[in-house]
Write a protein that binds this ligand. Structure first.
Ligand SMILES: Nc1ncnc2c1ncn2[C@@H]1O[C@H](COP(=O)(O)OP(=O)(O)O)[C@@H](O)[C@H]1O
Ligand SMILES: [Mg+2]
Length: 242
């Protein structure tokens, strides 16, 4: 059974249907990417999985537990975590205080300290700046901090909402290396990206959303070669003639 199984969910904001009958699975050990234009419903999908917006139809299971109506903190406790769009780190707190916030669900002090050491070992930039205010970090370092903070919850599945947005090309490639490494170390990843080419290159499977519905899903190589997807998101193909 899939680690995350989203089955036919619908979400609306008042009269706006943001998601209609959306299904998607993430298996243990996988990177799954969700692509789509602005307003397609990508962020809403991640928020629904986290429990930050209610679903009005369908179901969500995570690690064999029905979480369709569970509170977000319960889901985080089960091993689900979201690195939201725009990072949302607290710039008036230090790097270490931000990391500590990621572990606020956990009570095992020694395990938390071990996790913090592991994060500092992985991110030397953060280790060097642990007592500095997060506002002193570059955009790329702030994204690493947001990911480090999410790691503090010891997730089994990390959802990332447009993590490469606004980063320099150097940091974009560091970010994708990091996603690969974390996945290699056993983390499942659900990745929403504008950088379609990069996302398809790291993903094991991909899903395309249009106006809140799944329009394509499958092998990233096949999707990357699809003329309609190229025209819409990769900026390489011509729109096919009618
Ligand atoms: N809080 C909200 N209130 C009302 N409508 C919203 C809200 N958030 C998103 N929407 C609408 O839901 C749709 C999907 O938005 P979103 O999930 O943010 O798309 P994406 O992340 O793919 O750009 C859009 O039509 C958007 O305008
Ligand atoms: Mg979004």
């Amino acid at each position: 059974m899939a680690l995350l199984d989203v089955s036919g969910i619908s979400v609306s904001y008042g009269r706006v249907n943001a998601l209609t009958d959306v299904s998607l699975q993430v298996n243990e050990g996988e990177i799954v990417t969700v692509l789509g234009a602005n307003g397609a419903g990508k962020s809403t999908l991640l928020k629904a999985v986290l429990g930050a917006v209610p679903v009005k139809g369908g179901g969500i299971t995570f690690a064999d537990t029905d979480i369709t109506h569970a509170a977000p903190h319960k889901r985080i406790g089960e091993g689900l975590v979201l690195v939201p769009e725009g990072r949302r780190i607290l710039i008036s707190l230090t790097v270490e205080e931000n990391l500590r916030l990621g572990a606020h669900m956990r009570r095992d002090g020694t395990a938390i300290a071990r996790e913090m050491d592991a994060i500092y070992a992985r991110f030397s930039n953060l280790a060097e700046r642990r007592n500095m205010l997060a506002s002193c970090l570059s955009g790329g370092e702030q994204q690493m901090l947001a990911i480090g903070r999410a790691m503090m919850a010891k997730p089994r599945l990390m959802m990332l909402d447009e993590p490469s947005l606004g980063l320099s090309p150097l940091f974009v490639s560091k970010l994708f290396d990091l996603i690969r490494e974390l996945n290699h170390d056993g983390l499942a990843v659900l990745l929403v990206e504008q950088n379609t080419g990069k996302a398809l290159s790291v993903a094991h499977r991909a899903t395309v959303l249009e106006l809140g519905r799944v329009t394509m899903a499958g092998d990233p190589k096949a999707l990357a070669a699809d003329p309609a997807l190229q025209a819409a998101y990769l900026g390489t193909g011509e729109a096919s003639p009618a």
